[in-house]
Design a protein around this ligand. Structure first.
Ligand code: PEP
Length: 262
């Protein structure tokens, strides 16, 4: 039986926007998609703007707050880190875990990703777990092994029932911030592979319901083609999410049905 997965589009603002600038950006997004409930929208500002954005989202049921990272421990002597409870207090619903920039610049391993996913789920935060291969891994053909490892180690030991609300973001590292996107066919093939790994190693039921976002230079011009692939359930958007009109346009593309095949 076919399952309808509601599309989910998240904006990863990275280390951009003060709290004051964040308010302006949220207002721009509201102009475009405040009442557009065909798609789940997630805004992931930096930690310092979470509170300001949270206040603005309080009465907006289709736009959720997300964080860009979280620490795996509940509390303690971890200078500069933020816990799940702190994010929940600000009404965060989602948290990005294992973004390639965290893996590359902060040496986050698959094992650490797994600990963070467990902590997030235990605290009722929905993880957006990022996976993706480098250009070298794509070109050498080892991308399947890389994704297999990231998924199976990153989600190891997590009970099936806890994974129902998880989102996976497939983000080829070579497409992030580079202006280069995977072709829709390449992205679809990879998403189908990711879903297959989840079906085999976690459960067919989780795989069927799992929302898999594509990320990597998604823009208004390429969004529709990518988002209409059968295994692509949304987008994780970096650069274009800093422009309210561009981000809204991507959200609207996600909410439009794919044209029927001729
Ligand atoms: C990202 O950082 O998750 C991302 C996909 O960035 P961009 O859209 O800028 O490539």
């Amino acid at each position: 039986m076919a399952i309808l997965r509601k599309k989910i589009v998240a904006g990863n603002w990275k280390m951009n926007r003060t709290a004051a600038d964040a308010r302006k950006l949220v207002n721009e997004v509201f102009l475009g998609v405040k009442k557009f409930d065909a798609v789940d929208i997630v805004l992931c500002p930096p930690f310092t703007a979470l509170s300001a954005v949270s206040e603005m989202l309080a009465d907006v049921p289709n736009v959720f707050l997300g964080a860009q990272n979280v620490h795996q421990a509940a509390s303690g002597a971890y200078t500069g880190e933020i816990s799940v409870e702190m994010l929940r207090e600000l009404h965060c619903r989602y948290v990005i875990i294992g973004h390639s920039e965290r893996r590359q610049y902060f040496h986050e391993s698959d094992e650490l990703v797994c600990q963070k996913v467990k902590a997030a789920l235990a605290g009722n935060l929905r993880p957006i777990v990022c996976v993706g291969e480098t250009l070298e891994e794509r070109e050498s053909g080892s991308w399947r092994d890389v994704l297999f490892r990231q998924i199976t180690v990153g989600l190891q030991g997590i009970p099936e029932s806890d994974l129902a609300d998880m989102v996976i973001a497939y983000e080829p590292v070579w497409a992030i911030g580079t202006g280069r996107t995977a072709t829709p066919e390449q992205a679809q093939e990879t998403h189908a592979y990711v879903r297959g790994v989840v079906a085999q190693h976690i459960s067919a039921e989780v795989a069927r319901k799992l929302r898999i976002q594509y990320g990597g230079s998604v823009k208004p011009e390429n969004a529709a083609e990518i988002l209409h692939q059968p295994d692509i359930d949304g987008a994780l958007v970096g650069g274009a999410s800093l422009d309210g009109r561009a981000f809204s346009s991507i959200v609207l593309s996600a909410g439009v049905e794919a044209p029927a095949a001729a």
